[in-house]
Ligand binder design. Sequence first.
Ligand SMILES: *Cc1c(COP(=O)(O)O)cnc(C)c1O
Length: 400
Amino acid sequence: MSDLLKELIPPNRLMLTPGPSSMDPRVYRAMATPLVGHLDPWFKNMMDDVQAQLRLAFQTENRVTHPISASGSGGIEAAVLNPLEAGDEAIVCINGFFSERMGVIAERTPAKIHRIEVPYGSTVDPEEVRRVGKGRKIKFVGLAHGETSSGVVHNIDAFRQVADELGALLVVDAVATLAGIPLNVDKQRIDICFSGSQKALSAPPGMAPITLSSRAEEVFRNRKTPVQSWYFDLTTALNYWGKERLYHHTPPITLIYGMREALRLVFEEGLEARWERHRRNQQALVAGVEAMGLELFVKNPKDRLITVTAVCVPDGVNDLKVRNQLLDDFDIEIAGGFGPVKGKIWRIGLMGFSAQRNNVLLFLAAFEKVLLDQGFHVPAGAGVGAAVRTYLQPVAVGAK
Ligand SMILES: *Cc1c(COP(=O)(O)O)cnc(C)c1O
C-alpha cells in the first residue's frame, strides 16, 4: 500500500525549542470541536472572548487587540508596515536574527531606516538610540523584547524613555515573551506590541496577537498613502475585528479555538504564577547545565531571556549529532543556532506548557546520556542533582 494512504501518526515529541512549544491536551480538544463560519453570530461572540483574553495577557485596555492570521513574522510585518510611509525615519535595534528581520522588513518600505546593530548575545544600549535619533524626526523605535536567536532579553522601560524624548512610537516584538515573562503593555506604554501563538502561550502556530495604543491608531489614521500590504493593513482588518465584524479574510477558525483554550489555561493559572513558573524552571535548567560543565552563551545573568536559554556547544562536540540523538533516543527537540552562532550554541526553550519541572529533569538526564555518548565528560548526575536543589527552595506565588 502506498504511504499516501496510511493514517498520519506523528511522533510524540517534547518540544523544548524556541517554538513551537508542546501544547496542553485541552488545546487539542478545543481544536477538534466543530467548525463554524467566520461570520456565524456564535463565532462573532466568541471573538469577543479571545480579544478580552488577549487584553488581559498583554495587560492592556487597548481597543485594537486581536490575533492576526499569520505567524509571528506576520506580526512584524503588520507592526512595521502600518506606521511607515515615504519620508519617515525609524530606528531598529538589532541584536539577533529576529530583530534583524524587523530591520529587513522595515527596509522594504520607502522609509529611511537607522539600524543599531550589536553582536548576538548582547543588548542594545538605549543611549545609542538617543544618539542616533538626536535631531531627527523618528516615527518609531523597534526592538525585540526577547531575542530568541541568542537568548537575550531587553529592558523595555529604558527604550520607552528614549522614544518619548524622540517623540517616537515604541514597537516591541514580544513573540517569545508574552505570557512567559513580565510584560505590561499599558504600564510600559508600548505603542505596537505583537506576539506569536506558538511560544509561551502554547497555542497552535499560525497566529500573531497584536495590540495598538490609541497613539498608534492615530498615526495610522493620519497616513497619506495606503499601507503597502493589503493583508496586513490593520485599519481594514479592523472591519472584522472591530465592532462591525465585516468580512475581511477568512481567519483560521480552528486555530482561534485553540488560542481561546490556551488563553483560558493562562488565566486559570494566573499570569504572575505563570511568569514565576517560567523563572523557576529556567533557574533549574541553568543550574543543571552549569553543573554539567557547560557554559551559557549570555554572560550577564540579567540579560538572559527566561524562555530560551542559549548554551555554548563545547569544543570537540558536534552540535547536530547531539540534537539528533536527543530526538531519536528521547523524543526531545532542542534547537541549534542561526547565522553567526550556527553550530556554536544550543537553544533550549522552556515556554508555556513545556516549562515544567518534569521536562527539565528529563531533559537534563537525557542530555547527560547523549553528551557522554558524544565523548563529553559529565560528572554523574550533576545536572539533575543541581536542578533538584533549586527546586528545594521555597516556591513563590504557588508556581509548580
Ligand atoms: C519566533 C519568533 C519570531 C517569528 O515567528 P514565526 O512564528 O516563526 O514567524 C519573531 N520574533 C521572535 C522574537 C521570535 O521568537
